[in-house]
Write a protein that binds this ligand. Structure first.
Ligand SMILES: NC(=O)C1=CN([C@@H]2O[C@H](COP(=O)(O)OP(=O)(O)OC[C@H]3O[C@@H](n4cnc5c(N)ncnc54)[C@H](OP(=O)(O)O)[C@@H]3O)[C@@H](O)[C@H]2O)C=CC1
Ligand SMILES: O=C(O)CCC(=O)C(=O)O
Ligand SMILES: [Mg+2]
Length: 466
């Protein structure tokens, strides 16, 4: 632990959160670093901090309090330290274990690479957790937003976010394209155009398995009954397709007692319905049109059915599979319409980085939009809470933006450190404020009879409703 970070002393009346043997120890006065954020981050942070402090004070009557410690990143850091992400800011987030941040700007095309992504990678915050649920009174574009209750677990360190990209026209891009065309693709008809920019998409066994493991553990702890692996494995076979395969391996090898895959559930269900069913009959029910497949395909399916019945027929058969966590998979494009049309069928989505980025904004829209979309970046022993949205720059410093997502990210933080009373108090007070129709512009424009309030007044009304 350093005594100062970016030249600032840690609050003297606070204690660091400790982590050992997989357990956090939370003092009553934890020092929690925060990054204010760029753009609307400034308005949002001011409002959110007041809400957090009021809830903690009200819930614990002074026995507990958060000692906030500002760490600098983004434009504010650049202005003060000529550095977009000073080492001391990263060190503080690491040493103090649990922090919260506002959004940081990333220019499109050129310029600096994402500081948000950098923080996740440096601290190895491998799981981006984004719960999407409905709060009463929030305007929604769908008929039954209350049916949406999904937690997205997005792999947070690899995929195209690895930043291994080569700009069109550079010697590096030319070298890589030439290598690929001559050494790797020489015997195929595939060619990469010489005027391409090129990016690399690494998806590893390690990165995939720890993410899926984390998602399944969450399912076990929270009582959620479905984990859906979301991938584009039909097209990107060795990255997205492998994500699916490794995800199933985690479910069937590490959580065998607790999980059943969708295909296993069909096989077992067919036996439950007809205990005398043969393997061939079972196969025909699982793969309609099986008779048109070749013998090797049929044999592989028969072997799969036999293997399933031999390995889990006794433990998961006779309906026992219905009590297990169902692990299934969906191709990424289809999941976008699935969660709109049949949201109740989905509970946990475990997905690679880019798919998770897209699906979390889309899912948020179903329950009211980015103004109410919280999140957390979690690693082993570290957590940085942040909203799903970005800096929404056109609203910066106007005191109009919805602080709901950062406030709910703070609710996640309070839950994470076990301060559940304060967390619940904020959630209830925010829902009540929305039901009273005091809402920021984003909800007001969709809610008949609502009163538009600014960022700061929304926070004040939440506090008043605690
Ligand atoms: N983790 C992070 O720090 C993230 C950073 N970014 C960065 O943010 C910058 C801006 O990105 P951009 O694509 O515009 O995405 P943003 O998420 O910042 O904003 C897009 C739109 O979403 C709506 N929105 C966003 N936040 C809120 C909120 N709190 N309350 C109500 N509505 C909200 C607004 O819609 P409307 O106009 O309809 O009101 C806004 O114009 C980029 O530099 C990007 O890289 C992006 C995502 C995450
Ligand atoms: O880092 C950024 O600028 C964007 C990241 C993003 O969209 C996200 O993590 O959801
Ligand atoms: Mg995003």
């Amino acid at each position: 632990m350093q005594s100062t970070y970016n030249g600032l002393e840690l609050p003297k009346d606070g204690q660091p959160i400790q982590y050992a043997n997989g357990q956090f120890t939370i003092p009553d006065n934890p020092i929690i670093p925060f990054i204010e954020g760029d753009g609307t981050g400034r308005d949002i942070w001011k409002a959110s901090q007041r809400v957090f402090d009021a809830a903690v004070e009200k819930a614990y009557g002074g026995k507990r309090s958060i000692k906030w410690f500002e760490i600098y990143a983004g434009e504010k850091a650049y202005r003060q330290f000529n550095n977009w992400l000073p080492d001391d800011s990263v060190n503080a987030a690491r040493d103090l274990r649990v922090s919260i941040k506002g959004p940081l700007t990333t220019p499109v095309g050129g310029g600096i690479r994402s500081l948000n992504v950098a923080l996740r990678q440096i601290l190895d915050l491998y799981s981006c957790v984004r719960p999407v649920r409905y709060y009463q009174g929030v305007p929604s574009p769908v008929k039954h937003p209350e049916k949406v209750d999904i937690v997205i677990f997005r792999e947070n360190t690899e995929d195209v976010y690895s930043g291994v990209e080569f700009k069109q026209g550079t010697p590096d891009a030319a070298k890589l394209i030439s290598f690929l065309n001559t050494e790797m693709l020489g015997n195929t008809k595939k060619r990469i155009r010489e005027d391409s920019g090129v990016g690399i998409k690494p998806i590893s066994i390690f990165g995939t398995k720890r993410l899926v493991r984390y998602a399944i553990k969450h399912a076990l702890e929270s009582g959620r009954k479905t984990v859906t692996l979301v991938h584009k494995g039909n097209i990107q076979k060795f990255t997205e397709g492998a994500f699916r395969e490794w995800g199933y391996e985690v479910a069937t090898e590490e959580f065998r007692e607790h999980c059943v895959t969708e295909r296993e559930s069909w096989i077992l269900g067919n036996v439950d319905a007809n205990p005398n069913i043969t393997i061939e009959e079972n196969a025909a029910l699982i793969e309609p049109g099986l008779e048109f497949g070749n013998q090797a395909f049929r044999d592989a399916l028969y072997a799969e059915i036999k293997q399933t019945l031999d390995s889990i027929g006794k433990t998961h058969g006779n309906g026992a599979w219905k009590q297990k966590i169902l692990v299934n998979d969906r191709i990424a494009d289809s999941i976008f319409q699935q969660i709109i049309i049949r949201p109740s069928d989905y509970s946990i989505l475990a997905t690679s980085n880019l798919n998770g980025d897209y699906i979390s904004d889309a899912a948020a829209a179903q329950v009211g939009g980015l103004g109410i979309a919280p999140g957390a970046n979690i690693g082993d022993g570290y957590a940085v809470f942040e909203a799903t949205h970005g800096t929404a720059p056109k609203y910066a410093d106007k005191d109009v933006i919805n602080p709901g997502s950062v406030i709910l990210s703070g609710v996640m933080l309070l839950d994470f450190i076990g301060w559940k009373e304060a967390a619940k108090m904020i959630e209830n007070a925010m829902e009540k404020t929305i039901q009273q129709k005091f809402v920021t512009y984003d909800f007001e424009r969709q809610t008949a009879g609502a009163t538009k309030v600014g960022t700061s007044e929304f926070a004040t009304r939440i506090i008043g409703n605690m």
